[in-house]
Structure formats: structure tokens, C-alpha cells
Write a protein that binds this ligand. Sequence first.
Ligand SMILES: C[S@@+](CC[C@H](N)C(=O)[O-])C[C@H]1O[C@@H](n2cnc3c(N)ncnc32)[C@H](O)[C@@H]1O
Length: 249
Amino acid sequence: MESIDTATGLSAPKSISTDRVRDIFSAIAKRYERFNACSSLGAYKGWLRLMSEVADIEPTDVVLDVAGGTGDVAFTMAEKFHPQRVICTDLVPEMLEVAKEHRRRGRGAGVDMDFAVADGQALPFEDGSFDAVTMAYGLRNMPCREQALSEVMRVLTPGGSFTCLDFSTPHNALWNAAYEVYLTHMVPLWGKIITGDDSGFRYLADSIEAFPDQAGVAALLTNAGFAHVAWFDCTGGIAAIHVATKPIS
Ligand SMILES: C[S@@+](CC[C@H](N)C(=O)[O-])C[C@H]1O[C@@H](n2cnc3c(N)ncnc32)[C@H](O)[C@@H]1O
């Protein structure tokens, strides 16, 4: 399957993007949440709340969070739905260490949870192991997106749900222009203030610009075989939450 450079969207060896995200997220793991809160001006919490409102998760479900980072999505789903079990995975161990620290401090509402280092493009789980899969800001960072979606499809049970949040494209031209200025100038500045280095945050802006818009992500999901593909815009399309289902047969 095709691999791209996630900063440009152009064809490139997988290792370029994988090595870069490893470097960025291992270095910023302890400051990631502060950066997120500041650079999104707090909006990411509202997007996460909407994600939990549209996610199709039942108390009997076993849930997988891919690219789970410091655990925000996994903990939110555990606390809201009290599912049978939640597994939070990420490529970068340093991000998961922060998630485990949150767990030790009581997050997760006592739900059975586990944490595992795993590449979203090669998930170490049996076929049909999960009733629901979630992913926030993960697909954009993966150079083999078709492979990642095929892995989500493989590990879901038939009828299982996939909920995917990521940055997207505002529809209104003025809003889009303002957003682009914020993204290319303010986000690297936040990065420099909070982490002392702006290079990873220039990558964030580039990867968002190179990422498909709402219809483009929906097409990726449809091409991967998902059914009932739909999306919800957040803050005028700055982000979007895609929902999809693994067909029953
Ligand atoms: C912007 S963070 C999002 C973390 C978390 N989902 C959240 O909402 O805060 C992106 C995460 O994707 C992870 N990631 C990037 N490429 C990955 C891959 N191929 N497989 C699994 N995780 C990956 C990074 O390590 C990082 O933790």
C-alpha cells in the first residue's frame, strides 16, 4: 500500500514520517497537554466532548483507542460509557507513560484499562477483537493511511464503530484564511513558548494543510470498506469527527 510524507501528502518512504513523529512526540510528551490546551485556546476539550457524544459505545463493549497519546480519548470514553475494557495504544512509549501516570492518579472511572505501544498501521490484536475503535489526531500522522484504516477494520467486530477526530478544513473562506494565519504563525509560536522549539509545530501546520478535507477522509473510509460514513464539523470545520461502521457482512 502507498506511503506518503505526512508533511506534504506526497509519496515517500514510511520511515520519513514515522521517525519524525517519534522524535516530536517523545520530546514533547510531558508538555503535550499544555501545548494542546493553549494552542487550541481550549477548543480541543469541546471537540473531545462532541467526539464522546457521537461515539457509538455500549457498557458491554471492548474499546481500542489508536494513537491514544497521553490518554485523553481513552479516559473520556471510559468515564462516559463505563465499557467492559479500554485499551489505549500509541507508537511512542513516552506519551503512554504520561497516560499511565494519569491512570495511577485515578483517571478512567475504575474501568478495566490497559496501555500498549503499538503502530496503528500494524495493530498487535486478533481480528474482530474490539466493538469500538477511536482515534484522535492519529490518522494525519500516519504515512500508510489505507493500511491504518484496514487495520481498524480488521480488529473491529462486524457492526463495530469507528470514531475519528482530526483537524480539517473550514468551509467559510474568511474563517479558513484566519485559521491558516493562526496555524502557520501562532501555533509554532505556542510551541516555542511551551517547549522551547518550534520545528515540531511547523510540522503540525504542514500536516494539517496536507491532510484531506472532510469529504476526502470520508472517501478514505468508504474505500476502506466502512459503511454509514458521516462527519460532524467542529468550530466551523477546523476539526471534524468522522463516524463509520464495519459492515455486518
Ligand atoms: C497529536 S497526538 C494525539 C494524542 C491523543 N489521541 C489526543 O487526542 O491527545 C498524536 C499521537 O499519534 C501518535 N502516533 C503517530 N503515529 C502513530 C502510529 N503510526 N501509530 C500509533 N500512534 C501514532 C503519536 O505518538 C501521538 O501520541
